[in-house]
Design a protein around this ligand. Structure first.
Ligand code: ATP
Ligand code: MG
Length: 222
């Protein structure tokens, strides 16, 4: 049996929405991944102060949204550890548990722009491939100039080179970086939480079962 190629899309999923889901689906197809795992953050290192809904609710909504979506599944490994979750530790732990798998981190452009602020980011970029997607209002381009056009810090730009033989960027470690221009869905969890708080409709922004869960549990009202 060959190596399984697994995408890892991290997030707080508070709540999961069609922006997350469509990104996972399109990257799975475009990059030829066997599966994409949606990795639920216990507490995002960037959201420690603002807080999130209980992990049980966020996980339940993720499960509801992914029901009947072959190739996409929730991953709860970060819920097993105390404190904020660092992606570098998550990837190492998953690699240990799944020696037959090779991992690709799936990130929206908003997240990739902050990558140099992530815990042990150079080690992270050496431990997995990277798939960076459009995140409205910003769109990514493919090709040789794609990285340079983003105006990232020099330290990040210099960590990569362009490999014309494979038409991808490569980290110093040899790991791939691919850009994926996706169907642009300008949806965020923040906007959904605000709509609920204001008593407005969230229909067609996320899965119906997720919207029902939010209503039944009274999430985001206060
Ligand atoms: P919040 O508003 O609470 O920050 P969010 O909608 O930004 O929530 P996150 O959990 O912060 O969702 O994002 C997790 C990952 O999903 C990030 O890599 C982010 O870039 C990506 N993502 C979120 N929304 C979209 C979208 N509409 N299109 C593409 N990627 C998205
Ligand atoms: Mg976000």
């Amino acid at each position: 049996m060959g190596t399984r190629r697994i995408g890892l899309q991290g997030g707080s999923f508070d709540p999961v929405h069609f922006g997350h889901l469509r990104a996972a689906e399109e990257v799975r197809e475009r990059a030829g991944l066997d599966e994409v795992w949606l990795v639920l953050a216990r507490v995002s290192p960037f959201k420690v102060r603002s807080g999130t809904s209980p992990a049980e609710d966020r996980l339940r909504m993720l499960e509801l949204a992914l029901e009947g979506a072959p190739g996409l599944r929730p991953c709860t490994v970060e819920l097993e550890r105390e404190g904020p979750s660092f992606t570098v530790d998550t990837v190492a732990e998953l690699a240990r548990r799944h020696p037959d798998a090779s991992f690709t981190l799936v990130l929206g452009l908003d997240a990739f722009r902050e990558i140099h602020g992530w815990h042990r980011w150079t080690e992270l970029l050496s431990s997995c491939d990277l798939a960076v997607t459009s995140r409205p209002p910003e769109r990514v381009e493919e090709g040789a100039g794609a990285l340079a056009s983003l105006g990232l810090p020099i330290a990040v730009q210099e960590a990569f080179w362009y490999d014309p033989t494979q038409a991808c960027h490569r980290h110093r470690s040899g790991r791939r970086l691919d850009f994926h221009p996706l169907t642009a869905l300008d949806i965020s969890s923040t906007a959904i939480r605000r709509l609920v708080r204001e008593g407005r409709s969230i229909r067609f922004l996320t899965d119906r079962a997720v919207a029902d869960w939010i209503a039944t549990r009274g999430l985001y009202r206060a």
